[in-house]
Ligand binder design. Structure first.
Ligand code: M6R
Length: 609
């Protein structure tokens, strides 16, 4: 999704801004632009397509100056084009913006009435004209921005530059994250700290409604009501080289292979002996968990699938009822809060607009407490939740979520154990058994990764297919959904998932020789039922690709291609069976030649509705 970088320094900042944009490329975008404040005024370059195209333009027409803003755009209002790319300008003002201004049409009419001419179809351009308008009324730049934001409805993270005041930037945040990078005699701004890790590791996170004035020497932050506020500076522990692909051709592959280490990191210091530490979820988490009778999980996409797996675990292991809902549905329907309910949000980025809005709504609705399971420290979800558990997957750059998912599942297993024991439902023996299973998890994932070569060959069968069906039962049903999501998102093959028991209620009609059916079949109490479903498909001329436990009595035969997955503890099977499905989608995408790390139309962090 859109990315912002800005800088106020004594040195030329164009290269810093360009590097920042490169670091944000993983978020997904369609065009890029930069504006530098120079003695001759604001100079701007914009290009449709990759940041590299902007870099080439900068090589041809270098821009010098110590204050600048830059942006990668993911189109919402107006097609991807150079005209619609940011920064947008209005006389002396240049603006970059993430988010959506919902009342842009009304403001556009008002500003046209005031004589402003619009060059683009974007909602963002209203911000530039609105600030220019207030500046014309005699406000200083800070005052003009403070005035302008009172008229904006929707979400924004925005940075404003004035040709006549080249020593400063004004930034404003509401619903779209912004972080200020603190340097020595220079300051930076970005929508994601990842953009600035090559220039600083010290960050100040702006809060909702904040407006800040940034100069080389100073950052002055004002809350929504205009009063000056202090925001603390935090030393980042995000590693700089996370954006390095190393020996891998794609970030996605690197991230798939990082999963054993990411899981080890996620479990580290969260277990002592045979005991799960409730404090891993925040101070006093154990006492809160003891009172909880119901868990409401909210998430989107892959994180939603993790929540769906957790529902099977929570109800079986911890004795609490659990609902799981997609955030964009939860936030727009009237729902009831059961007594003693915990709201749990799951998110890799911690900035997903729908999930964040759902959390805010839940807090108003009177949930007992909120917990966020998240991969990005300091993100909005983490800061706004009562309790937080950080998955330690490290930066995930590929748009297709892989290690964030499996570390969420590892965190959710710890959560089930923690809540179960706090409520006295999970006894010491069962807690110990869970801990021992978790300790075997990194090895089990490593063994699943060893299937890499077999899956690379298997992928060839899918290259010419247009559809695929994924089947699973019980806690493998969400894994089938995750497998289908991975395949469609990076190979563009239409894929859907069904709970295998649902086959005969409709989807069986789709089965023919051109519809490959992928089945996840660990050796559990549902295996016999699943075998019947496999037969239902085979009897109708379908070809099945069965990922089966090597202890299951399943054999390859006509219509069935079998891929043996090492036997693992039943509780770990959803995590382990995810790995071959990730690899399958990766290799199919490679054969199809799609953009694996930045699939078309998608963004890594979905910060708009
Ligand atoms: O950052 P989040 O976990 O909140 O993101 C939610 C979804 O946008 C995300 O999981 C998406 O579905 C992935 N790209 C799928 O691989």
């Amino acid at each position: 999704m859109c990315g912002i970088v800005g800088a106020v320094a004594q040195r030329d900042v164009a290269e810093i801004l360009l590097e920042g944009l490169h670091r944000l490329e993983y978020r997904g975008y369609d065009s890029a632009g930069i504006a530098i404040n120079h003695q001759q005024g604001i100079q701007r370059l914009r290009r449709l397509g990759k940041v590299q195209a902007l870099g080439d333009a900068l090589n041809e027409t270098p821009l010098s100056g110590g204050t600048g803003i830059a942006h990668t755009r993911w189109a919402t209002h107006g097609e991807p084009s150079e005209i619609n790319a940011h920064p947008h300008v209005s006389s002396r003002i240049a603006v970059v913006h993430n988010g959506i201004i919902e009342n842009h049409e009304k403001l556009r009419q008002k500003l046209k009435g005031l004589g402003f001419e619009f060059a683009s179809q974007t909602d963002t351009e209203v911000i530039a004209h609105l600030v220019a308008h207030h500046l014309g009324q005699g406000d200083n730049l800070l005052g003009a921005v403070q005035q302008a934001v009172t008229e904006l409805e929707g979400a924004y993270g925005t940075v404003i530059m004035d040709a006549q005041q080249p020593e400063k930037l004004i930034v404003a945040r509401s619903g779209s994250p912004l972080v200020i990078g603190v340097g020595v005699g220079e300051h930076f701004i970005a929508s994601d700290q990842q953009a600035l890790l090559n220039v600083t590791r010290r960050f100040m996170f702006l809060e909702e409604g904040d407006v800040a004035e940034i100069t080389r020497r100073e950052v002055k932050v004002f809350a929504k009501d205009g009063t000056g506020v202090e925001r603390s500076v935090i030393e980042s522990n995000v590693t700089h080289d996370a954006s390095d692909k190393g020996e891998y051709r794609h970030y996605m592959m690197k991230e798939i292979f990082e999963q054993p280490t990411a899981i080890i990191n996620t479990l580290e210091n969260r277990i002592v002996g045979n005991t799960i530490l409730c404090e891993a979820f925040g101070a006093g988490a154990g006492d809160t968990f003891a009172t909880i009778e119901h868990v409401q999980i909210i998430a989107c996409g892959t994180s939603y699938h993790a929540g769906m797996v957790a529902r099977y675990w929570l109800e079986a292991m911890a004795g609490v009822s659990c609902n799981v809902e997609i955030a964009s549905e939860f936030r727009y329907r009237k729902s009831f809060v059961r007594p003693n309910s915990l709201i749990v949000t799951l998110s890799q980025s911690g900035e997903t607009a729908d999930t964040l809005a759902a959390l805010r709504l839940a807090k108003e609705m009177g949930y007992t407490a909120s917990l966020s399971i998240c991969n990005v420290p300091g993100s909005s979800l983490v800061r706004e939740s009562d309790l937080a558990f950080m998955t330690r997957a490290g930066a995930e750059i590929g748009v297709a979520s892989t290690k964030a998912f499996t570390t969420q599942l590892a965190g959710l297993l710890l959560f089930c154990g923690a809540i179960g024991k706090s409520k006295g439902v999970l006894n010491e023996w069962a807690e110990g058994a869970l801990v021992q299973s978790l300790q075997r998890l990194p090895d089990a994932v490593n063994q699943a990764l060893a299937l890499n070569d077999s899956i690379a060959s298997l992928a060839e069968d899918f290259a010419e297919k247009h559809h695929a069906l994924f089947l699973g039962r019980g806690d493998q049903y969400p894994i089938a959904m995750e497998g289908a999501l991975k395949l469609k998102e990076i190979s563009y093959i239409h894929a859907e998932a069904y709970a295998a028991g649902e086959l005969k209620h409709g989807p069986l009609a789709l089965i023919d020789a051109d519809m490959p059916t992928i089945v996840v079949a660990p050796n559990n109490e549902l295996l016999e039922k699943l075998k019947s479903n496999i037969e239902e498909v085979r009897a109708r001329g379908g070809h099945l690709y069965v990922f089966a436990d090597d202890e299951a009595e399943l054999v390859a035969s006509e219509g069935i291609t079998l891929l043996r997955v090492p036997h693992v503890d039943e509780i770990l099977a959803p995590i382990v069976y995810t790995i071959p499905l990730q690899l399958l989608s990766y290799y199919v995408a490679i054969i199809k030649g799609t953009d694996v790390d930045q699939p078309r139309n998608l963004a890594k962090s979905v910060t708009v509705e």
